[in-house]
Write a protein that binds this ligand. Structure first.
Ligand code: ADP
Ligand code: TYD
Length: 202
């Protein structure tokens, strides 16, 4: 067991998927349901909205950093997020529902040419492993249609061929705590399945 995997009382539940897969919708629905059930939980997302996270978000609409620089910034942002936001919640025994985590770094920066397996190994030297990881999987064409109808356009992180590579890297990942779910199903059905899986660890 790694040093950072020292057991804490809380639970870490992570949602991953390509842009437009519906993972933020599911993260939010789970958070609301936990709240209704009286379970103390916090909804977080990466990249964060401050510090390095803000630097990255500002690049979404302009020129992209090199893959190496993106890897560096997403990693620094994650270290801040772990220390400032995630760890305090886990230590007090509550639940973190996290929209994107280091699997996104492996898939998105991997899809730009970096070695995705090396990214996973390097990140796993400092992260907390999730108790459950949901991969909300969806065909890229459906995801792009959803993004277009929701926002009227995508950003440079969302070109179709790039998202195809991201999707295939996500689907190459193997973890005993990983659950792959079809994001094409109605959101409420998906949420029920997710809550059923979560109930098993609470
Ligand atoms: P992501 O966080 O993966 O980018 P969102 O949760 O923001 O995706 O969803 C993208 C769009 O798709 C939103 O307009 C949302 O309302 C819609 N959406 C989410 N889940 C579903 C679903 N299961 N079926 C159809 N549309 C969905
Ligand atoms: P975000 O607004 O969270 O997108 P979404 O609502 O679709 O989840 O923006 C996150 C973008 O950053 C998304 O395109 C994925 C990308 N990303 C990376 O490239 N590497 C990472 O490590 C993370 C966490 C996100």
């Amino acid at each position: 067991m790694r040093a950072m995997d020292e057991r804490y009382a809380g639970k870490l539940i992570v949602f991953e998927g390509i842009d437009g897969s519906g993972k933020s919708t599911q993260a939010d629905m789970l958070y609301q349901r936990l709240d209704r059930e009286g379970q103390h939980s916090v909804l977080l997302s990466e990249p964060t909205r401050t510090g390095h996270g803000k630097t990255i978000r500002d690049s979404f609409t302009g020129e992209r950093f090199s893959p190496e620089e993106e890897l560096r910034l997403f990693t620094l942002d994650r270290k801040d997020d772990l220390r400032n936001n995630i760890l305090p919640v886990l230590l007090r025994g509550d639940i973190v529902v996290l929209d994107r985590y280091y699997y996104s770094t492996a898939a998105y920066q991997g899809a730009r040419g970096l070695d995705w397996k090396t990214i996973l190994c390097d990140q796993e030297l400092f992260v907390y492993r999730p108790d459950i990881l949901f991969l909300v999987d969806i065909p890229v064409t459906t995801a792009i249609e959803r993004i277009r109808s929701a926002r009227g356009g995508g950003n440079s992180f969302e070109a179709a061929d790039y998202l195809e590579r991201v999707r295939s890297l996500f689907l190459s990942m193997r973890y005993e705590y990983l659950h792959v779910l079809s994001g094409e199903r109605p959101a409420a059905d998906l949420a029920d399945d997710i809550y059923g899986i979560i109930a098993g660890i609470l």
